[in-house]
Design a protein around this ligand. Sequence first.
Ligand SMILES: Nc1ncnc2c1ncn2[C@@H]1O[C@H](COP(=O)(O)OP(=O)(O)OP(=O)(O)O)[C@@H](O)[C@H]1O
Ligand SMILES: [Mg+2]
Length: 464
Amino acid sequence: MPKTRILVIDDEAAIRDSLRMTLEYEGYEFIGAATGQEGLALAERDTPDLVLLDVKMPGMDGLEVLDRLHAMNETLPVVVISGHGTISTAVEATKKGAFDFIEKPFASDRVLVSLRNALDQRLLRDENRSLKKAVEIRHQMIGDTAGLRHVMAAISRAAPTNATVLITGESGVGKELVARTIHRNSLRSRERFVQVNCAAIPEELIESELFGHEKGSFTGATEKQVGKFEQADRGTIFLDEVGDMSPKTQAKVLRVLQEGEVERLGSARTIKVDVRVIAATNKNLEEEIEKGRFREDLYFRLAVIPIPVPPLRERQDDLPLLVRHFMDYFSRENNVRPKRITPAAIETLQRHRWKGNIRELRNTVERLIIMTGGDTIDVADLPDVLRSPAGAVGVGVAKPSSDTDAAKAGTLREFKDNAERAFLVSKLRENGWNISKTAEVIDTPRSNLYKKLEQYQISQESDG
Ligand SMILES: Nc1ncnc2c1ncn2[C@@H]1O[C@H](COP(=O)(O)OP(=O)(O)OP(=O)(O)O)[C@@H](O)[C@H]1O
Ligand SMILES: [Mg+2]
């Protein structure tokens, strides 16, 4: 780690010397300047992490130096040193954004404490900023085709209202991202976004999950539970995979939408909730209604603002943008040097069907970033399923595998490989081909999971 660099601007040589001793002893790098002008020049040239600045100096005075330092870099922490009788100036300096001020004569301990505080605060702020940036990048919606612009326009119309939104589209098209974007741009953005995956929760638990229950309301209800609707009060609830809800649950959800109140299981008391509902499904609800599996009245309640998200293959022009976006993201996340991708490789990707849509593309790019040795991703680096014409029409089955494979295995190695492959495929299916989630569930690093996918030629496409 490079040393933390401190610039001391003070016209008194004795002060500079004593600070040099203190700072160097503490492991800091010292830079000294005798005038404001010199200080500014050094600040520009040596980019210090912190400045100790005397207020009263001949020539340019400390306050002006402070202004100019902040014009140069507004996040640079400055600790002001003031002589006796210049305290009011020092107060003014803190108003102008100096981190702290120290009165002369000072004890070196006092300087060190102030300095550490300032550096800690800067570190926190930098971390905060990069976290925020990472969150923003992760939630950015990339794309510039008419298809995506329609979606964006619908998001901006829906966001400021309280209207219920129904997002539809194939698996991996970005339905959850749309839901989160609506919430983030709504008046409820400071409140909670509560997500419920209706398909992942067993039928007998979904009602208590959604509406909560009182202690002892059914066998196993050993504790009171606050339901998701209550948790989302004043915020947004995201009913994901809403097409998978049972008729009984549908009836109850409809009631919440109509009355704006919930009842915990085992309680007769109704609780008012102010919740904005966003629902999503990859099923065709009109068909589900015809087959008698989805309530029409609930459908109309949910689809006040319908937002269909088109599949990636209908907006292939977004693909290069998305690929670059994910390449940047994963290079940063995995701390690898940014790579380039050839136009031929992009074209190959554009010919693919992307049944798993943006999620499949995202996983593919992550895998490429981790697995490609060189600085350039070319056609040869792409997985087989993407290169073969079979993959392009979505029938590319790389290596069949089934239980009987295990029986057919001749060696222990083969048996283990078959078993491992079958295990991975089933876990991936269970987790909707979400690589990060699967890696977490089976407790292995993502990079290792990618290596295994490569080794066994597993992909969502080959899973059919
Ligand atoms: N336009 C986009 N720009 C950038 N990233 C996107 C875009 N659309 C989707 N993604 C990313 O693709 C992945 C899949 O998106 P998301 O989970 O929202 O899809 P989904 O439609 O909810 O999928 P499923 O039906 O499987 O639940 C996420 O990592 C998401 O951030
Ligand atoms: Mg989803």
